[in-house]
Design a binder for this molecule. Structure first.
Ligand code: B16
Ligand code: MG
Length: 212
């Protein structure tokens, strides 16, 4: 077995919260009169909350103080967390659940490596609150992807070296982070086009063959 552990990105890999991020950022952008659309929202994938706000404010004519930006990010997060209350175990696909169970049955340790500070809330909503062997998320890092910290901590929490772990990502910055940390990367969606992926995946269940 090539991999002793797999570290999964959360948003865009295990479940999909883009629409809630979009709605929450959109209501903030409308409030401050800044143009925001789904194309700009795509640039926020895998990016930290404050870096996301900076991308949105690229179109603002007004400069904001760090305190004002903190307040705006907090307002967005409050709305986002309210929207997350709609999530339930029905938001976890059968394909993801079965694949995770298959990998676990093979003796592979499973971790989360997410930029989100809401990762544990989301995992609880979709019924995976106690599922993973380790969770490394936005609450235990100081550097966001493409820095490898979130995955290095994930491997450390599992007690494994990066070369024994596979990172599964949907964001290009996430694959950059994996490669920078010495991990093999498996890309889904846009991340499958990254020139440095070890595995270009078509669908989540491809992991069963990758880990045969
Ligand atoms: P929060 P991931 C990322 O999660 C999201 O893709 C990104 O859109 C979001 O801005 C970031 O988490 C921070 O999220 O505001 O909840 O702390 O893809 O790394 O699982
Ligand atoms: Mg992601």
């Amino acid at each position: 077995m090539k991999y002793k552990g797999i570290i999964f990105d959360l948003d865009g890999v295990i479940c999909f919260t883009d629409k809630y991020h979009y709605q929450a950022w959109k209501s903030l952008a409308d409030e401050i009169g800044v143009y925001f659309d789904e194309t700009i929202n795509n640039r926020l994938r895998g990016v930290s909350r404050m870096a996301s706000l900076d991308i949105i404010l690229e179109r603002s004519e007004k400069d904001y103080t760090p305190e004002e930006k903190e307040q705006m990010a907090a307002r967005k997060n409050e709305r986002y967390r309210t929207l997350l209350e709609q999530m339930s175990p029905a938001d976890l696909s059968a394909e993801v659940r079965e694949t995770l169970d298959d990998l676990r049955a093979k003796g592979i340790l499973l971790a989360i490596g997410s930029s989100s500070k809401n990762a544990k809330l989301i995992l609880g909503r979709i019924g995976l609150g106690d599922y993973f062997d380790a969770i490394s998320d936005g609450t235990n890092i100081t550097h966001s992807k493409p820095h490898p910290e979130v995955f290095l901590k994930g491997a450390q929490f599992l007690g494994l070296d990066p070369e024994d772990c596979l990172v599964v990502e949907d964001a290009l910055a996430g694959i950059d982070a994996a490669v920078a940390g010495g991990f093999d990367g498996a890309g889904l969606g846009e991340a499958a086009t990254h020139p440095k992926v070890t595995w270009a995946m078509k669908t989540f269940s491809d992991l069963k063959q990758i880990c045969e």
